[in-house]
Design a protein around this ligand. Structure first.
Ligand SMILES: C[S@@+](CC[C@H](N)C(=O)[O-])C[C@H]1O[C@@H](n2cnc3c(N)ncnc32)[C@H](O)[C@@H]1O
Length: 215
């Protein structure tokens, strides 16, 4: 699948910097704290997470299909303290060996993949039994009226936000894919109190069951 959003690729780093300045930076730190071993990051964008990987992480494979963002991520990887290899790829069709990673990271990406269930099945496959999925995602509001407003916004949102959907129930998709939920917190992230359909967020981790022997 081709992902080509040149305008989004130019604008996103500035949007992400503004969000990071308003608290996203701390969210990213929390997302990655305590990780170790081999990590796969899906839809790494321009590499905003790269500075946050702890020293115990031995290698990160960062998958990014959008060419403009991938070039920026390659530059960020060269300056990172962690060994990071940026590769082209599609989260919905991960071309990586089964059970080969200790952890997987998704941040603000399960909103954008064409098929969340397929992407999560791929993450499950490439994680070793007991491996962790760390997630930082904006999600469908738990409040029915707000969720209906997200459904309305989602008619145009993907066109202005690089294919991002603002109304997905991502936590249910994660548990539905077979992951055991660890800690997870839900909160509203609305920098400068600007109303946005992407305010409801989840941040946490889930685990592939340690006894899984399907790989
Ligand atoms: C909002 S950006 C988030 C980027 C980065 N993860 C971050 O936290 O800043 C969404 C990312 O998902 C990527 N993406 C879209 N479709 C994808 C797919 N099928 N497989 C992998 N990544 C995808 C986009 O190219 C983009 O980098």
């Amino acid at each position: 699948m081709t992902v080509d959003h040149p305008v989004f690729a130019r604008l996103y780093p500035r949007v992400a910097a503004a969000l990071d300045a308003a608290g996203g930076y701390q969210h990213r730190q929390e997302l990655l704290a305590g990780l170790a071993g081999r990590v796969v990051e899906l839809g790494a964008g321009h590499g905003a997470n790269f500075v946050h990987y702890p020293g115990e992480v031995s290698e990160v494979i960062a998958v990014e299909p959008e060419p403009g963002l991938r070039r920026k991520a390659e530059r960020a990887a060269r300056h990172a303290a962690t060994a990071i290899r940026v590769i082209d790829g599609d989260a919905d069709d991960l071309d990586l060996p089964a059970a080969s990673f200790d952890a997987a990271v998704t941040s603000l990406v399960l909103c954008s993949v064409p098929d969340q269930h397929r992407a999560l099945a791929g993450v499950y496959r490439v994680l070793r039994p007991g491996g962790q999925l760390r997630f930082y995602e904006h999600v469908r509001s738990p409040h029915p009226v707000a969720a209906r407003l997200q459904d309305t916004a989602d008619v145009v949102w993907p066109a202005i936000a690089g294919g991002c959907h603002c109304n997905r129930d991502t936590l249910s998709a994660i548990t539905g894919a077979g992951f055991q939920l660890g800690t997870s917190r839900t909160f509203s992230f609305r920098p400068n109190h600007v109303p946005t359909p992407t305010a409801p967020m989840i941040l946490g981790h889930a685990r592939k069951p340690p006894t899984d022997d399907t790989d």
